[in-house]
Design a protein around this ligand. Structure first.
Ligand SMILES: [Zn+2]
Ligand SMILES: [Zn+2]
Length: 252
């Protein structure tokens, strides 16, 4: 089992020390995770302590550590994204869409963007960005691909064609999809991506990784009973892995 998208620094809650990383590893071990990838938000790039990571990687025997980064995908910010995506010796790079028109869609304390746009239009714009992120060729993994559902603002028209177009682009791009259990802790109460969307990826041969998007040690692999059942029901029998940007796989 793997947990390939999580945060130690999170939103500045704790420094990336060897001790803090090993605390995450302990939870990972207890929950059967064999590979754990630390993927801080790129805006905390300067706080990533590579020496602490490398020390933790040597000290952690039961859980193999990987280093990634979660790039906030914003069209027009290519220079920043390219810089952040190559700044450290990562094993893989996640690209995540958190924004429409450079405004965050997942900020619990400010959901005004959902009032300003017609919901269907907002979804369309969100998934257009997801397609751009996938097809940009910058990322090995596409983070939480239907984050826009987070607060349960659902469009009143069927978005299936938009999801299909997006799944087509993801399949064409070769990017791996992040099956991210964080949605279970949010108002939407389901895994990203939802079952229909995940089935579209599966039928197009798109590989997956599993993640918790933990922002605290007790969230490592949280929700995995639900996400494991989901991916298994849909048909997946393996997850992708990365080491030094080389893709491998592990059985589920
Ligand atoms: Zn994210
Ligand atoms: Zn994240």
């Amino acid at each position: 089992m793997i947990d390939y998208h999580l945060h130690v620094i999170a939103h500045g809650e704790r420094p990336m020390t060897t001790e803090n990383i090993l605390e995450y590893c302990e939870v990972a071990k207890a929950r059967g995770v064999r590979q754990m990838g630390i993927t801080e938000h790129d805006r905390y790039l300067d706080e990533i302590d590579l020496a602490a990571f490398q020390e933790a990687r040597e000290l952690s025997h039961d859980v193999e550590l990987r280093l990634g980064i979660e790039i906030d995908f914003v069209p027009g910010a290519e220079e920043r994204m390219d810089h952040d995506a190559s700044a450290l010796p990562y094993d893989y790079v996640i690209g995540s869409v958190h924004r429409v028109d450079n405004e965050e869609v997942d900020r619990a304390t400010d959901q005004r963007i959902y009032d300003r746009y017609e919901t269907y239009d907002l979804y369309e714009a969100y998934y257009a960005n997801v397609r751009k992120a996938a097809l940009s060729g910058r990322f090995e993994i596409l983070g939480h691909p239907d984050l826009i559902k987070i607060f349960r603002h659902f469009p009143d028209r069927d978005i299936t064609p938009v999801l299909q177009e997006t799944a087509d682009a993801v399949a064409e791009s070769g990017v791996v999809v992040d099956v991210n259990a964080a949605g279970l802790r949010k108002p939407v109460g389901e895994v990203y991506p939802g079952r229909n969307f995940l089935e579209m990826f599966y039928s197009r041969g798109v590989p997956i990784v599993l993640s918790s998007d933990a922002h605290a040690p007790d969230q490592v692999a949280a929700g995995y009973d639900t996400s494991l059942k989901l991916v298994h029901d849909v048909g997946y029998r393996e997850v992708a892995t990365f080491r030094n940007h080389e893709r491998g796989s592990l059985p589920l």
